[in-house]
Design a protein around this ligand. Sequence first.
Ligand code: SAM
Ligand code: SF4
Length: 326
Amino acid sequence: MIYDNHNRPITYLRLAVTDRCNLRCFYCMPEEGIKYLHKSQVLTYEEMERLVRVLARLGVEKVRITGGEPFVRAGLMDFLHRLAAIDGLKDISLTTNGVLTAPHVADLAALGVKSVNLSMDTLDRERFRTITRRDELPAVLKTLDALLDAGIQTKINAVVMDGQNTQDLIPLADLTRTMPVDVRFIEEMPFNGEGSHYPVLHWTHNRIIDEIRSQFPALEKLPDPPFSTSANYQIPGHQGTIGVIAAFSRTFCGTCNRIRMTAQGTLKTCLYDDGVLDVRALLRSGASDDGLTAAFLKAFAHRPLNGFEAEKKRSTVTESMSTIGG
Ligand code: SAM
Ligand code: SF4
C-alpha cells in the first residue's frame, strides 16, 4: 500500500471517462458555449486500462467511473469488463445521472459492480428540468427502480442549491423510509465552469441537518465508515440512510484516500488542485510502467494537506465538474 506525505493511504481512483454530458446541470456546466475536448485529447480505453493496472499494483483497490456522463461514451460496458479482470482491483463502482443507465443495470450487476451513485437533485419534474435544463426525470427514476430491483447498493447524490431545491430535502430524505438507499446531500462547490454562484455558502452541512431534523427530530448520527466523505445519519425505522458531504467546507480531507484522473489524463491528488501530472503526455511519449510508477509516487509524495491548501496554490476555480468527475 502507498501512503502520501501526510500518511494517508491512496486506495481509491475516480476516473472520468469523458467530459461530455447529456444534461446541463447549472451547478456543473454552463448551458451553452461548452468547449468539449477533441476525441484525440481524451484518454483511450486502452490508456485508461493501462494506468489502472499500474495504480492497482501500487495499492489502488477501488475505481469509480465518472465523467461527464459515463454512458454517453460508446463502449463503456466493454471497458468495465476489462477493468473487472485487473488483478488487485476489488471494487468497481460508478457515478451516473441515470438518463441512459437503466438498460445496462443487469450487466452492471453481473459484472459485480457493488455500488452506483445516482445523481438526482429533486423528485419534482419541473424543478429537475430547471436544474438540469433537460426533461429527463422519468428516465432517472426508471434507473433508480432498476438498481434497487438488481440489488445494487444505490446512493442518491443531491447537490443542495439555495433557491433551487431546498424544498426537496425532506422528500428526498423520506425516500429512505421505503427504499434501502443512501441519500447524500452535497454542499455546492464552485466547479460550474463559471466560478462561484454565491459569495458565501448558504446551505452548509449543519444547516442541511437542521432542516432534516426539523421534520425528523429523531434523526440519529451513525458511525462513519473509514475514509467516508459523508457524515452519516439515519431516521429510526427507515431502511436507508442519509449523508451529508461537506464538499465545500472540506471537513473530510484528513482521511482522504482518493485521487482523480480527468478525461484528458490529468492526475489530481486533491479535488481542489489544478492538476499535478500530465499522465496522457507520459503515456503518449512511451513511458514504461516503471516510469509511470515513479511519476505517480512523486505526485503522491507532494499531496496538499487539504483542499484549502490546494486551492491557495492555484488561480481561481473556473473549471466544470464534468471535467473533474465529482
Ligand atoms: N454525470 C454523472 C452524474 O451527474 O452523476 C457523473 C459526473 S458528475 C460531475 C459527479 C457528481 O458531481 C454528481 O453527483 C454531481 O451532482 C456532482 N457535482 C457536479 N457539480 C457539482 C458542484 N458544483 N458542486 C457539488 N457537486 C457537484
Ligand atoms: Fe452532467 Fe453530471 Fe455535470 Fe449534471 S452533474 S451536467 S449530469 S456531468
